[in-house]
Each structure stands twice: as structure tokens, then as C-alpha cells.
Design a protein around this ligand. Structure first.
Ligand SMILES: Nc1ncnc2c1ncn2[C@@H]1O[C@H](COP(=O)(O)OP(=O)(O)O)[C@@H](O)[C@H]1O
Ligand SMILES: [Mg+2]
Length: 236
């Protein structure tokens, strides 16, 4: 079966020429539907660049990326934005919530841009806020919530349109250890309910909680293995 994500010989070079930075250097990897994967590496290793590629926010310098069987590596900006809207839910380190909107309104906002009707928008927002355990905070504004709760709102926003892939870039980077664990439990629950979750982090304690670790260093895949269970090498 075709994997959900298949990356072949992917390279990303910033500033080609004299000051060029090879942020991704011949990356190969595959991710199946329903996996919980951590992409781990130190600062500057290329994690965010890889996230931008996987999230169709940017195109590679060379190589191919097949998402759900479609080659997205040579798409135009408009085509990429259509793919992004359907396939991917994003979670960022800074929660990126709109301060003067309630939790429910924040979750509904991207659905407005997608042309989802008011009734359906409300239903999807309530359903996803429930999924992250925030049914009692739907009418609260971000300033009235803890960091962990705000990130849960952002997760609800990411899953509201039911994208097959959840991409989270350092989602716990701004959180204390208690809130970090709260967010990890939410992400694990999303995975248990069948979603594909890709979690980018530099934190080894988080890496220990995912099923599969892809470790990157200097833009290359340095290791790719299943956690705990077998310790077997994963063949991309
Ligand atoms: N837009 C850019 N222009 C030039 N260099 C960049 C750009 N974005 C990232 N880089 C460089 O690419 C490398 C990988 O960066 P990044 O993907 O942000 O790593 P990480 O997220 O792991 O910290 C770093 O050396 C960084 O300085
Ligand atoms: Mg980064």
C-alpha cells in the first residue's frame, strides 16, 4: 500500500551560491497512515525546514514528495494551498490564537475561510474542543486560559476540518513540564483515535513517548527506529 507520506531524495538549499545552506540533504522517508512519529534533532538540524516541506508550506530544491499518492513537489503556490487545506492540520510552538476571539471562535475561524456553513462550523468546533477536553472553556478567551489550555485550543483548531495529517512543530516548546505532558496526552489520544501525528521536537523526553523516532542531523536522516517495542530499524 502507498504510504501516506513518501519523501524521496529531498533537498532544500537556502541561498544557493556562496552562502548556501543545505538545510535538507537527500532525505528519504515514508510515514504510514495512523503513525505517531517524532522528528527529533538539535536546533538548526533542519526540522522546521522538513516540516515546511511535509506541510506543503514550501517546495524542495530537488527530490520528490508524495502526499496521499500525489506528487506535491512541483506544485504552484495555489495548488499547495489547496492540498494544505484538505490534508494537514498545523500546530505551532506559539499557539497563534486570536486574542479577542473565544476558544470556539478561534476553532471556527479557518472553517469560515473554507466556506463551511455556520451550523456545521459550530458542530465541528464543539466536537474538536470536546476531543481536547475543553468543552467547559469554549467561551473563554486565550488570556483567560493557561498555556496548556491555549495549545489545546490550537490543537482543536488543527483537527476541526478532519485533516488526515497533524503536523506539530515544537508544540510544547513554550510550556512547563505539566502542560507539556497534558499536550502529549492529547496528541497520543488523537493518534489512538486513528489520526496520523507528526511531532517535531528537540526534547528527548518527548521523543521517548512516540512510537517511532526519525532523528535528523545536518539535514540528513541519522536514525529511524521504532521506540521501545522492538528497537528494530525502520526501513523507509
Ligand atoms: N529561510 C532561510 N534562509 C536561510 N537559511 C535558513 C532559512 N531557514 C532555515 N535556514 C537554515 O537552515 C538550517 C536548518 O534550519 P531549521 O530547519 O530552522 O532547523 P531547526 O528547525 O531544526 O532548528 C539552519 O542552518 C538554518 O540557519
Ligand atoms: Mg525549528
Amino acid at each position: 500500500m502507498e504510504p501516506l507520506i513518501r519523501v524521496r531524495d529531498l533537498c532544500k538549499v537556502y541561498n544557493p551560491g556562496e552562502n548556501e545552506v543545505r538545510a535538507l540533504d537527500h532525505v528519504d522517508l515514508s510515514i504510514d497512515k495512523g503513525e505517531l512519529v517524532g522528528i527529533i534533532g538539535h536546533s538548526g538540524s533542519g526540522k522546521s525546514t522538513l516540516m515546511n516541506m511535509l506541510g506543503c508550506l514550501d517546495v524542495p530544491t530537488s527530490g520528490n514528495y508524495y502526499l496521499n499518492g500525489k506528487d506535491v513537489s512541483n506544485m504552484t503556490d495555489d495548488e499547495l494551498s489547496d492540498v494544505r487545506n484538505v490534508e494537514i492540520g498545523f500546530i505551532f510552538q506559539g499557539f497563534n490564537l486570536i486574542p479577542n476571539l473565544t476558544a470556539k471562535e478561534n476553532v471556527e475561524l479557518p472553517l469560515i475561510y473554507r466556506g463551511v456553513s455556520k451550523k456545521e462550523r459550530e458542530d465541528l468546533a464543539v466536537e474538536s474542543l470536546k476531543a481536547v477536553g475543553l468543552e467547559h472553556r469554549m467561551d473563554h478567551k486565550p488570556s483567560e486560559m493557561s498555556g496548556g489550555q491555549q495549545q489545546r485550543v490550537a490543537i482543536a483548531r488543527a483537527i476541526a476540518a478532519r485533516p488526515p495529517v497533524i503536523l506539530a512543530d515544537e508544540p510544547t516548546g513554550n510550556l512547563d513540564s505539566r502542560s507539556t505532558q497534558e499536550i502529549m496526552e492529547v496528541l497520543k489520544e488523537l493518534h489512538r483515535s486513528g489520526r496520523t501525528v507528526i511531532l517535531i521536537t528537540h526534547d528527548d523526553e518527548i521523543a521517548a513517548q512516540v512510537n517511532r523516532v526519525i532523528r535528523i542531523k545536518d539535514g540528513k536522516v541519522e536514525a529511524d527506529f521504532m521506540n521501545k517495542q522492538t528497537g528494530e530499524k525502520y526501513n523507509a
